[in-house]
Design a protein around this ligand. Sequence first.
Ligand code: ASP
Length: 375
Amino acid sequence: MSKDISFSRRAVMMGAAALPLAQRISAQASPKATVISSANDFNGGINCCAKAMEVIQAGGDTLDAVVAGVNLVELDPRDSSVGYGGLPNEEGVVELDCSCMHGPTRRGGAVGALRGIKTPSKIAQLVLAETEHMMLVGEGALKFAKIYGYQEEDLLTDRSRLAFRMWKREMRDRSGHTNWESITDAPPKPKKIAELKKVFPQYDEETLGWAYDVAVNPPHGTINCISLNGKGEMSAITTTSGMAWKIPGRCGDSPIIGGGLWLDQDIGGAGSTGRGEENLRVAGAHTVVENMRHGMAPKDAILDALKRVSRNFDHDLERLAPIDIHFYALHKSGEYAGGSLWDRRTPKGAPAQFAVCTSDGRSRHENSVFLLQRK
Ligand code: ASP
């Protein structure tokens, strides 16, 4: 097992080329409105950033902007990592986490393990705006949402319910047995789509392939979004259904202010997606913003946080291989970056990217910087 670390050449070069951030900022006049977010499937990030920019350009508040942006993704049943349609916990119940921060008032709000509400972002914003508290969880968070008129709903979709049933079928004891499969099917056969089609005849092959894949390789998701308006005001939000098949009550990094999200109006904001436990071990979002405070450019600030993640595994590439973690950073000057531990999630996967929308209204993907390159 190699203990060596091979930082990408790109990462090293960018670190060496970084100018002190203060120098670059002094050369810049007023900040240009900018919104960044994680990429997300189905153009979730691009749509989120475009919506947030629309709110900013209409004179809206930066927190209202990011909430409106991520609402699109929370309400999209196709995104299985956020809000409605998110993959559930090990009991088949969707539990949502979210945190938000408002730069001008320096306030934060968060909810953890919230059940039954499609838009946890709106509840986190209410915690921020309406209470003296920072975070509400579980039953208390749901009761709080109901006080503000939110209806409890079933957040499972047909697709996410299928994925949950598939996961139950794939769970085996040491002898290969599962209670979730008819014994007439035993002993377990190799899982081929044709066989799954017999058990789930109402689903097409693509849906079955997706459900099988997420059942055996629980995916990561989440959306983080950070905004800056022309006056230099900033806000940020992170919202997620968390890790698929988690233990009920598990909160990852997304609702933890300082972990999955951090914003300092004097400096900038940062957020994370990916395996929350690894992020929490380096207080990632806070670390990235503190790095920017000490003069690092956003990309270098992120790469430093990623090196700390790597350090926690003694830079052992084999143990790091399954770790999926991404940071996003927006400096109050408008400078931004996305950065990932790996250049791509799987050896043949797409390059790591994030979404950005600038004041010309152009919302697009850009490539993330990365620390490690898959062979
Ligand atoms: N960071 C989220 C969590 O750990 C999940 C993810 O982004 O995949 O809950």
